[in-house]
Design a protein around this ligand. Sequence first.
Ligand code: P6P
Length: 342
Amino acid sequence: MASDTLGTTLTRHVFEQQKGHPQATGELTGILNQIALASKIMSRKVNRAGLADVLGYTGEENVQGEEVRRLDELANDVFIAAFDHLGHFCVMASEEVDDAIPIPDQYQCGHYSIAFDPLDGSSNIDANVSVGTIFAIHHKVSSGPRGENQDLLQCGTELVAAGYVVYGSSTMLVLSTGRGVDGFTLDPEIGEFLLSHPGIRIPERGKIYSCNEGNYPYWSEGVRRYIDYIKTPDKESGRPYSTRYIGSMVADIHRTLLYGGIFMYPADTKKNPDKAAPKLRLLYECSPMAFLLENAGGAASTGRGRVLEVTPEGLHQRVPFFGGSLLNVRELEEFVERYDAK
Ligand code: P6P
């Protein structure tokens, strides 16, 4: 087969997947190719960050109250510029922008919305730690000619496609359109994403846990008891688990997807002893990652239910996140059920 000679490019793979859907218009193929283009641009910029004086801070804060690093701003501009004129989107949302981003009047609106985190984990860039881009694509559901917030504020169960790009030792794009998960590795010499990890399946149970354990004192009793449990030696069940935490969700989820185990960012009372607050954002972090994990045979929970079933109320809404191997997530949910107040 020709693809054996050339390798299967992202374009060919998505086109072949779309053939399985007679109603497919090819729009999604166009969208994913544009995401690939923007990701190649970002891969080059991230890999040269230390040389091109794009490190450091702009002195501003984003909607999350986080200091905006110049590479964050650059990434945001790259993805918006890649999407706004495409004619496939009706509205966009970015971690870096307070409100929904309309498609400029001079451009045609399309049948999809996209929410993205242009450069997740960017606080690690100066340390040369893997960072990434996360994206979530929904159908337009509003009846007007242009896009509206409701096109973005949809449950993850309605996602058309979701994925991430991890800018690490190699640049990989991991994608699901609802029928499994595939990984593509960028060959920088030809500038193509080639299918390197077809049909990714997460192990049903893993022995790695991934969390910022410095927050342990601020977690609920159920979460603390779960952590205590997986650290208690028990030869038969392979405990204590190993701990791995990078502090960049894309990198931590990528390892969890391939090796199994559980990644978690529970709500914590660190900032407010009276009210536990989650950190990770639903629309462009937790929902797309949950979509990928479930499509790979895993699970993603708020601790009490599927992340994908949370109805978003705000663009930057945060939720507790426990995602990874099915049996590990279910075990966590049992501890929350047993020890945490409803
Ligand atoms: P902490 C990065 O800022 C991020 O949003 C995720 O990528 C990552 O999982 C998390 O925050 C890390 O948070 O509190 O452990 O530094």
